[in-house]
Design a protein around this ligand. Structure first.
Ligand code: GLY
Length: 353
């Protein structure tokens, strides 16, 4: 397979963030043209051949520098299945990939999740390099080693921790995103404001991604397997996931996280943890990134509460949220339902879309 595109000189060196995990440490390269570092990243794995699985056209994927097979993929939750993983593994086997080779994923978070999981289980694990193409995937999904696919009964129910060998976040690829998808990515950047990344509003996008990834990298380095600190990354996600489910994913992940972040601020205030000004800062930050701040009309509070009880953070069936405090955010278990309902009832509603 040949590509028409050739590697340009990188005008500016990308931002480099290390995810420090001992011998499994890896760089996240962020900036215009970062994808052209692919041949170097492949060379570092020692792979003799690679399979490139891409939801983007072949012309947008650099030549990996070793013999390769290009396998087209499609972004989207509907394609994030066990069957898709099986099909990929068959292609890997037909091409003769061994554990000494590597896989490259190129696409949004659903593609990096699916390909990452296939790489984790094929031959009991081989190196994977991610080229995330959506803002959401660059900021969050491709970094940190969570891979998973969906089952008909729920999202991300089958997966593994499998750290990539490198992540190349090429901000040139973001220019082609539809506006709603671009704004969607800001949901994860907005929540970073409240988990220690600082105020990223107004910065160039590469700096916003680099700061968000740096915060995530520090958290993952301290708690790779999500046993405590990593819960912080789910700031705004308890209600966010519930909104996604209740609307049949008509509200996108980042949009839902934005609304969930506003709610988390209001709930922390209602629980006496932060003052009204800090709660209002949540709304201002989320709105400032162009994200919705109102609950979707037509979704009952009781449905949202029932869905939030299923959240993975809540091991006991109670209502658990990551909530802000003057000392910083923390996971709070068993938040009283009446308080949750009171805050939901006080939030504005807006029609979908
Ligand atoms: N997206 C949350 C995490 O990686 O832990």
């Amino acid at each position: 397979m040949t590509h028409t595109a050739t590697a340009p000189e990188l005008a500016t060196p990308p931002h480099r963030v290390w995810v420090e995990l001992g011998p499994r440490s890896y760089p996240v390269e962020i900036g215009p043209g970062a994808r052209w570092l692919l041949p170097q990243a492949v060379a570092r794995t020692g792979a003799r051949r690679v399979v490139v699985v891409s939801a983007r056209p072949a012309e947008q994927v650099p030549d990996p520098g070793v013999p390769f097979l290009f396998v087209p993929a499609q972004d989207g939750e509907a394609h994030k299945t066990v069957a898709a993983v099986e099909r990929l593994c068959v292609r890997f086997a037909e091409f003769g990939l061994t554990r000494r080779d590597a896989v490259v994923s190129c696409g949004g978070g659903t593609t990096t999740d699916t390909v990452g999981f296939a790489a984790a289980i094929y031959h009991r694990g081989l190196p994977v390099i991610h080229l995330p193409t959506s803002l959401l995937a660059q900021v969050d999904a491709s970094v940190g080693g969570k891979t998973a696919v969906n089952l008909p009964v729920g999202k991300n129910l089958v997966g593994m921790y499998w750290q990539p060998s490198a992540v190349l976040c090429d901000t040139d690829l973001l220019a082609t995103l539809p506006e709603r998808e671009r704004v969607n990515g800001y949901g994860e950047i907005a929540r970073c404001h409240f988990i220690g990344a600082g105020d990223l509003r107004g910065l160039p996008v590469a700096e916003q991604i680099a700061a968000s990834v740096a915060r995530k990298a520090a958290i993952v380095a301290a708690d790779e397997r999500d046993s405590g600190l990593r819960h912080l990354l789910n700031y705004g996600h308890t209600l966010g996931h519930a909104i996604e489910h209740a609307t049949g994913f008509a509200v996108k992940h980042g949009e839902a996280v934005g609304i969930g972040t506003v709610f988390a601020g209001l709930l922390a205030h209602a629980a006496g943890r932060i003052d009204a000004a800090r709660a209002e800062e949540h709304r201002v930050v989320v709105a400032g990134y162009g994200l919705p701040t109102a609950l979707p009309a037509g979704v009952a509070d009781s449905e949202l509460v029932a869905l939030m009880r299923l959240d993975k953070k809540a091991m006991t069936g109670g209502l658990s949220f990551v909530l802000d405090a003057p000392t910083g955010p923390e996971l709070v278990d068993d938040v009283p339902e009446h308080l949750v309902r009171q805050v939901l009832a006080g939030m504005p509603r807006a029609p979908l879309g």
